[in-house]
Design a protein around this ligand. Structure first.
Ligand code: IPD
Length: 268
């Protein structure tokens, strides 16, 4: 669907489902959360709530739009018959969630066609933080919004940017993470590792953070957040040539994006 009304309808559906899913995550959180499994590394965990919330999102989407594809963190992908695929992280920031830190989110994006790790084309995006009751949303060409506030990325001066990043799960990547951090520090007033990529991106869109970078995200971590940033006037790249992808997500205003890119790619 290309026309704004159809996209608004898709966005309304995504908001409704994200908020219902968020309410479930929050309810489960108050009941107490156990780590159900450790996946590729100690920090790569899944809780029963991740699975339950993904099942809910998947069932709601399938009921409303049976021909659409699905790509989620916790279940098998389904191909698209309609030309649209939903990219879903039921609980982004699972470690925060498991430890009771209120920085986690339901992240839902609708993308055109079948997403590949190199490319996806988000049409609508929702990042909902149930703990704070905040729902960030965007539709392509319609801006990024938090409630009735239209979002705009910040334009920090040279004095120092508030940046965020994340660290890879694979221990083999940690030396590279630290080398990059050292290269980026001169740009920064300070650096956050808040633990939920979708919210890091939403905060860049809202101007709460000036910029964000992280290596090796999965599409469900950043498909929604990246649209929030571009609709808030920012630039998002995923590869050294500046194009989309998962290799290295960099998000900020155009000027800061350029400065972060130079620093980040220096330590490759
Ligand atoms: C993770 C978080 C974290 C980021 C990781 C992601 P998950 O997602 O967004 O901040 O550093 O790269 O995988 O596993 O909590 O959904």
């Amino acid at each position: 669907p290309a026309d704004p009304t159809a996209l608004e309808e898709l966005l309304a559906l995504a908001v409704e489902i994200a908020e219902e899913a968020g309410a479930l995550a929050r309810r489960r959180r108050t009941e107490g959360v156990a780590i159900a499994a450790t996946k590729t590394a100690l920090a790569d965990i899944v809780t029963e709530a991740d699975r339950e919330v993904e099942d809910l999102v998947r069932a709601r989407l399938a009921a409303a739009r049976p021909g659409d594809g699905f790509l989620g963190e916790e279940s098998d992908a389904a191909p698209s018959a309609s030309g649209l695929t939903w990219v879903v992280d039921p609980i982004d920031g699972t470690v925060n969630y498991a430890y009771g830190i209120p920085q986690y989110a339901v992240s839902i994006a609708a993308v055109a066609g079948e997403p590949t790790p190199q490319r996806w084309d988000a049409l609508v995006a929702v990042v909902h933080n149930p703990a704070l009751g905040e729902t960030f949303r965007a539709r392509r060409g319609g801006g990024a919004w938090l409630g009735d506030r239209r979002l705009a990325v910040s334009e920090p001066g040279p004095a120092g940017a508030l940046l965020a990043t994340g660290f890879g799960y694979d221990p083999a990547t940690h030396a590279g993470d630290l080398a990059r951090l050292a290269d980026v520090m001169p740009l920064a007033r300070d650096v956050r590792r808040a633990g939920a990529a979708s919210l890091d991106l939403a905060f860049v869109a809202a101007g709460r953070l000036d910029g964000y970078y992280e290596r090796g995200l999965n599409p469900w971590d950043h498909a929604a957040g990246a649209l929030l940033v571009t609709e808030a006037g920012g630039v998002v790249s995923g590869r050294p040539d500046g194009r989309p992808g998962n290799e290295m997500t960099i998000a900020a205003s155009a000027d800061l994006h350029e400065r972060i890119s130079q620093a980040v790619y220096r330590s490759r």
